[in-house]
Write a protein that binds this ligand. Structure first.
Ligand code: ATP
Ligand code: MG
Length: 419
């Protein structure tokens, strides 16, 4: 089964938006065992979209278009598909009812334009967005034998992912006749390089290479650490998941605290959950990150239970006057510890976490760019600190500071029994 993806949108060609949809689709199709040999990006022009679809259909069994399904005049994917299939667009009453109901539920008037989304090429099936959105996806069999198929999904990543996962991948699998269930899980790690991880996991990788199932792969995700992806295949989903569970346990035993979460976890959700499990509250004192750490923590829903606040003590005299940091160099272990203790006391919490350092571009207090001190004050214990040397420009130093400091807190929390 060969599938080709066509991303539709002039903004993509002009570089105004980055095509993250095709990257995600490529990964999902590969995981589903569907071959992808070629791909295209085409602007919002009907003749060119038609030509792209025709070309792709010559090479592939399935063509998946993303984008251009919305209600506006430049959304012409459905017209292009109808032209390729040589069929008219017809009103799908179910879609009309769904869109009308959605606008009614929100108490808003429905613009006439939205009914465009209820037009489907004759013979096609509309797939409702399982999350509330308006543009349905389309499954359009090609020709009478129904040998080939054209799919269309909205460009908005959240809607695209939902429709592809829930309806298109299962449909592709059914057509490909692969009844195997393929599931995958990502183990998120922090604190080790790709080659370092490969070295630690070398025996495991070799063992898996021999059996071929599950498989293991590394994915770099920028400053967010490295991901280890496990993929298992079995006759049914429960068996595949059991294989994954067993392999995850193996990998976690080897990686220990380097593994901080799975799938959609990130450092701040993991830290928030670890604090909650221990009934601890957190307060911050941020210098070089200027509130970035607080911003990331407050992205986590329900974090108010454990997060008290942050003192953005950017200027030295704020550190001295508000946090009771003794006068002296502010990029130092002593300053970081005093900031952590000060934040803990001022914000009335169990743990104070503080960062001070040099984000650049110029050095400060004789300390080179990338020098960062992380201070931590836990209960009545004497505060501690860590000295980090972080690489990159100002932006990456600030972001690495946030994730490194949260990771130090996470590791400290692991020493404490969870309630
Ligand atoms: P809408 O109903 O929002 O109009 P649509 O199916 O018509 O959906 P587009 O108009 O092509 O989709 O794109 C809508 C938005 O989705 C874009 O502004 C962009 O933010 C995002 N988007 C579209 N295509 C991609 C892509 N290939 N990768 C990432 N984001 C995309
Ligand atoms: Mg649109």
């Amino acid at each position: 089964m060969i599938c080709e993806v066509i991303a539709v949108g002039t903004e993509l060609l002009l570089g105004q938006i980055v095509d993250t949809n095709r990257a995600w689709l490529g990964e999902q199709l590969a995981l589903a065992g569907i071959d992808v040999h070629r791909g295209q990006t085409v602007g919002d022009n009907q003749a060119r979209i038609v030509a792209s679809i025709r070309e792709a259909l010559e090479r592939a069994d399935a063509v998946l278009l993303c984008g251009g399904l919305g209600p506006t005049h430049d959304d012409i994917t459905r017209e292009a598909i109808a032209e390729v299939l040589g069929v008219p667009l017809v009103v799908d009453d179910e879609v009309v009812a769904r869109i009308t109901a959605m606008f009614e539920a929100r108490g808003r008037r429905m613009p006439e334009n939205n009914l465009r989304q209820a037009m489907v090429p004759a013979g096609a099936t509309a797939i409702a967005d399982p999350q509330p959105g308006t543009a349905p996806g389309l499954i359009c069999p090609v020709g009478p034998g129904g040998g080939k198929v054209i799919y269309a999904v909205p460009g908005v990543p959240r809607e695209m992912k939902a429709i592809v996962s829930d309806a298109i991948l299962p449909d592709l699998r059914r057509r490909a006749g692969t009844s195997a269930s393929i599931v995958s899980r990502v183990i998120r790690t922090w604190g080790e390089s790709e080659s370092g991880l490969a070295e630690r996991l070398a025996d495991r990788i070799e063992a898996l290479d021999r059996t071929g199932n599950p498989t293991i792969a590394f994915l770099a995700s920028g400053i967010e650490g490295l991901k280890v992806r496990l993929t298992a295949k079995a006759g049914d989903e429960a068996t595949a998941r059991a294989l994954l569970d067993a392999e995850e346990a193996e990998v976690r035993t080897i990686l220990g605290p380097l593994a901080f979460g799975i799938d959609d976890d990130n450092m701040e959700t993991v830290v928030a959950a670890a604090l909650a499990a221990r009934g601890w509250t957190l307060g911050l004192a941020e210098s070089l990150t200027g509130g970035l750490m607080a911003a990331r923590l407050t992205d986590v829903a329900g974090v108010s239970e454990v997060f008290r606040g942050s003192v953005v003590s950017y200027a030295s005299d704020i550190k001295f006057d508000i946090l009771d940091v003794p006068e002296g160099p502010v990029v130092s272990a002593e300053a970081a510890e005093a900031m952590a203790a000060g934040a803990r006391k001022l914000l009335g919490c169990d743990v104070g976490l503080a960062v001070t350092g040099v984000a650049g571009p110029a050095e400060q207090d004789g300390q080179p760019v990338g020098t960062v001190f992380v201070g931590m004050a836990v209960g009545e214990e004497p505060p501690t600190s860590r000295h980090l040397r972080l690489p990159g420009d100002r932006r990456s130093i600030r972001e690495l500071t946030v994730i490194s400091a949260l990771d130090l807190l996470r590791r400290r929390l692991l020493e404490e029994p969870a309630g």
